[in-house]
Design a protein around this ligand. Structure first.
Ligand code: ZN
Length: 195
Protein backbone atom coordinates (compact mmCIF):
# COMPACT_ATOMS: atom_id res chain seq x y z
CA UNK A 1 0.00 0.00 0.00
CA UNK A 2 2.97 2.30 0.44
CA UNK A 3 3.29 2.83 -3.32
CA UNK A 4 -0.38 3.74 -3.59
CA UNK A 5 -0.12 6.28 -0.78
CA UNK A 6 2.89 7.85 -2.48
CA UNK A 7 0.92 7.90 -5.71
CA UNK A 8 -1.96 9.70 -4.03
CA UNK A 9 0.45 12.27 -2.63
CA UNK A 10 1.94 12.78 -6.12
CA UNK A 11 -1.54 13.16 -7.59
CA UNK A 12 -2.48 15.82 -5.03
CA UNK A 13 0.81 17.65 -5.48
CA UNK A 14 1.44 17.45 -9.25
CA UNK A 15 -1.60 16.24 -11.19
CA UNK A 16 -4.57 17.79 -9.42
CA UNK A 17 -3.36 21.43 -9.46
CA UNK A 18 -2.67 21.22 -13.21
CA UNK A 19 -6.28 20.17 -13.86
CA UNK A 20 -7.92 22.10 -11.01
CA UNK A 21 -10.39 23.79 -13.34
CA UNK A 22 -11.48 20.46 -14.84
CA UNK A 23 -11.99 18.89 -11.42
CA UNK A 24 -13.97 21.92 -10.23
CA UNK A 25 -16.22 21.51 -13.29
CA UNK A 26 -16.56 17.77 -12.67
CA UNK A 27 -17.55 18.33 -9.06
CA UNK A 28 -21.09 19.05 -10.24
CA UNK A 29 -21.09 17.66 -13.80
CA UNK A 30 -21.10 14.05 -15.01
CA UNK A 31 -21.61 13.93 -18.77
CA UNK A 32 -19.46 11.15 -20.27
CA UNK A 33 -20.23 10.44 -23.93
CA UNK A 34 -18.83 6.91 -24.04
CA UNK A 35 -19.51 3.72 -22.10
CA UNK A 36 -16.25 1.75 -22.22
CA UNK A 37 -16.42 -1.93 -21.28
CA UNK A 38 -13.07 -3.65 -20.87
CA UNK A 39 -11.43 -6.52 -19.04
CA UNK A 40 -10.39 -6.08 -15.40
CA UNK A 41 -6.84 -6.97 -16.50
CA UNK A 42 -4.41 -4.49 -14.90
CA UNK A 43 -2.61 -3.97 -18.22
CA UNK A 44 -5.65 -2.49 -19.93
CA UNK A 45 -6.12 1.15 -18.92
CA UNK A 46 -9.05 2.67 -20.87
CA UNK A 47 -8.25 6.32 -20.15
CA UNK A 48 -4.58 5.87 -21.02
CA UNK A 49 -5.06 4.08 -24.35
CA UNK A 50 -7.79 6.51 -25.50
CA UNK A 51 -6.14 9.68 -24.22
CA UNK A 52 -9.25 10.44 -22.20
CA UNK A 53 -9.62 12.92 -19.37
CA UNK A 54 -11.50 12.37 -16.11
CA UNK A 55 -15.20 12.61 -16.84
CA UNK A 56 -14.91 11.35 -20.43
CA UNK A 57 -15.46 7.61 -20.04
CA UNK A 58 -18.06 5.70 -18.04
CA UNK A 59 -16.18 2.46 -17.44
CA UNK A 60 -17.30 -1.08 -16.64
CA UNK A 61 -14.57 -3.66 -16.19
CA UNK A 62 -15.27 -7.35 -15.84
CA UNK A 63 -13.18 -10.51 -16.15
CA UNK A 64 -12.92 -11.18 -19.90
CA UNK A 65 -14.91 -7.99 -20.69
CA UNK A 66 -18.01 -10.16 -20.49
CA UNK A 67 -21.47 -8.58 -20.57
CA UNK A 68 -24.10 -11.09 -19.46
CA UNK A 69 -27.19 -11.07 -21.67
CA UNK A 70 -30.08 -9.27 -19.99
CA UNK A 71 -32.11 -11.13 -17.39
CA UNK A 72 -34.47 -9.68 -14.81
CA UNK A 73 -32.96 -9.37 -11.35
CA UNK A 74 -30.18 -7.50 -9.60
CA UNK A 75 -26.95 -7.32 -11.56
CA UNK A 76 -24.24 -4.70 -11.16
CA UNK A 77 -23.18 -4.84 -14.80
CA UNK A 78 -26.76 -4.42 -16.06
CA UNK A 79 -27.41 -1.54 -13.65
CA UNK A 80 -24.29 0.28 -14.82
CA UNK A 81 -25.26 -0.21 -18.48
CA UNK A 82 -28.77 1.10 -17.83
CA UNK A 83 -27.44 4.13 -15.97
CA UNK A 84 -24.92 4.97 -18.71
CA UNK A 85 -27.45 4.64 -21.53
CA UNK A 86 -30.79 5.72 -20.02
CA UNK A 87 -29.60 8.37 -17.56
CA UNK A 88 -26.27 9.67 -18.84
CA UNK A 89 -27.23 9.23 -22.49
CA UNK A 90 -23.90 7.99 -23.80
CA UNK A 91 -23.75 8.06 -27.59
CA UNK A 92 -21.13 5.33 -28.02
CA UNK A 93 -20.42 2.00 -26.34
CA UNK A 94 -17.07 0.27 -26.79
CA UNK A 95 -16.43 -3.34 -25.82
CA UNK A 96 -12.66 -3.70 -25.72
CA UNK A 97 -10.95 -7.06 -25.58
CA UNK A 98 -7.18 -7.46 -25.32
CA UNK A 99 -4.26 -9.70 -26.20
CA UNK A 100 -3.19 -12.42 -23.77
CA UNK A 101 -6.51 -12.26 -21.91
CA UNK A 102 -6.45 -14.76 -19.04
CA UNK A 103 -10.17 -15.44 -19.28
CA UNK A 104 -10.05 -16.10 -23.04
CA UNK A 105 -6.89 -18.19 -22.66
CA UNK A 106 -8.61 -20.39 -20.08
CA UNK A 107 -11.50 -20.94 -22.48
CA UNK A 108 -9.47 -21.38 -25.66
CA UNK A 109 -7.12 -23.85 -24.02
CA UNK A 110 -9.81 -25.61 -21.99
CA UNK A 111 -8.18 -25.03 -18.59
CA UNK A 112 -9.50 -27.05 -15.66
CA UNK A 113 -11.53 -24.54 -13.61
CA UNK A 114 -13.02 -27.04 -11.15
CA UNK A 115 -11.20 -25.34 -8.26
CA UNK A 116 -12.46 -21.93 -9.42
CA UNK A 117 -16.24 -22.40 -9.50
CA UNK A 118 -17.09 -18.68 -9.58
CA UNK A 119 -14.82 -18.05 -12.55
CA UNK A 120 -16.13 -21.16 -14.32
CA UNK A 121 -19.68 -19.92 -13.78
CA UNK A 122 -18.88 -16.38 -14.98
CA UNK A 123 -17.11 -17.61 -18.11
CA UNK A 124 -20.32 -19.32 -19.20
CA UNK A 125 -21.29 -15.85 -20.43
CA UNK A 126 -18.65 -16.37 -23.11
CA UNK A 127 -20.34 -19.54 -24.34
CA UNK A 128 -21.56 -17.90 -27.53
CA UNK A 129 -18.05 -16.58 -28.14
CA UNK A 130 -16.68 -20.10 -28.29
CA UNK A 131 -19.54 -21.22 -30.51
CA UNK A 132 -19.09 -18.40 -33.03
CA UNK A 133 -15.30 -18.67 -33.22
CA UNK A 134 -14.53 -21.16 -35.97
CA UNK A 135 -10.81 -20.45 -35.81
CA UNK A 136 -8.88 -21.80 -32.86
CA UNK A 137 -6.50 -19.91 -30.64
CA UNK A 138 -6.71 -17.15 -28.09
CA UNK A 139 -6.54 -14.21 -30.52
CA UNK A 140 -9.49 -15.46 -32.56
CA UNK A 141 -11.49 -16.08 -29.40
CA UNK A 142 -10.67 -12.60 -28.08
CA UNK A 143 -12.15 -11.14 -31.29
CA UNK A 144 -15.14 -13.51 -31.35
CA UNK A 145 -15.80 -12.73 -27.72
CA UNK A 146 -15.97 -8.98 -28.35
CA UNK A 147 -18.64 -9.57 -31.01
CA UNK A 148 -20.55 -11.94 -28.72
CA UNK A 149 -20.55 -9.38 -25.91
CA UNK A 150 -21.79 -6.66 -28.29
CA UNK A 151 -24.69 -8.99 -29.10
CA UNK A 152 -25.32 -9.55 -25.37
CA UNK A 153 -25.23 -5.80 -24.84
CA UNK A 154 -28.03 -5.33 -27.37
CA UNK A 155 -30.33 -7.57 -25.27
CA UNK A 156 -30.41 -4.95 -22.51
CA UNK A 157 -33.66 -2.97 -22.89
CA UNK A 158 -32.00 0.44 -22.48
CA UNK A 159 -29.47 -0.41 -25.20
CA UNK A 160 -32.11 -1.92 -27.50
CA UNK A 161 -34.21 1.25 -27.17
CA UNK A 162 -31.23 3.51 -27.85
CA UNK A 163 -30.23 1.41 -30.88
CA UNK A 164 -33.76 1.52 -32.26
CA UNK A 165 -33.75 5.30 -31.93
CA UNK A 166 -30.28 5.64 -33.48
CA UNK A 167 -29.07 7.25 -30.27
CA UNK A 168 -26.14 4.96 -29.63
CA UNK A 169 -23.44 3.25 -31.69
CA UNK A 170 -21.72 0.02 -30.64
CA UNK A 171 -18.01 -0.56 -31.29
CA UNK A 172 -15.80 -3.66 -30.93
CA UNK A 173 -12.13 -3.09 -30.20
CA UNK A 174 -9.11 -5.22 -29.37
CA UNK A 175 -6.09 -3.74 -27.61
CA UNK A 176 -2.69 -5.33 -28.25
CA UNK A 177 -0.55 -5.03 -25.12
CA UNK A 178 2.97 -5.38 -26.62
CA UNK A 179 2.44 -2.85 -29.45
CA UNK A 180 -0.22 -0.54 -28.02
CA UNK A 181 -2.24 -0.96 -31.21
CA UNK A 182 -6.03 -0.86 -31.05
CA UNK A 183 -7.88 -2.80 -33.74
CA UNK A 184 -11.46 -1.99 -34.62
CA UNK A 185 -13.55 -5.03 -35.49
CA UNK A 186 -16.14 -5.01 -38.25
CA UNK A 187 -19.33 -7.05 -37.97
CA UNK A 188 -17.49 -10.18 -39.13
CA UNK A 189 -14.77 -9.72 -36.53
CA UNK A 190 -12.11 -8.71 -39.04
CA UNK A 191 -9.69 -6.30 -37.38
CA UNK A 192 -8.56 -2.95 -38.82
CA UNK A 193 -6.28 -0.52 -37.06
CA UNK A 194 -8.32 2.13 -35.25
CA UNK A 195 -5.55 4.71 -35.43
ZN1 ZN B 1 -8.62 -10.06 -19.96
Amino acid sequence: MQDLAAGVARFRRDVFPAKAELFAHLATTHTPTTLFISCSDARVVPELITGSEPGDLFVIRTAGNLVPAYTAGADGVAASIEYAVAVLGVTDIVVCGHSACGAMTALAEGHDLSALPTIADWLRHAGASLARTADTGVDALVRGNVLAQLANLATHPSVARALAGNKVTLHGWVYDIPTGAVARLDAAGTPALAA
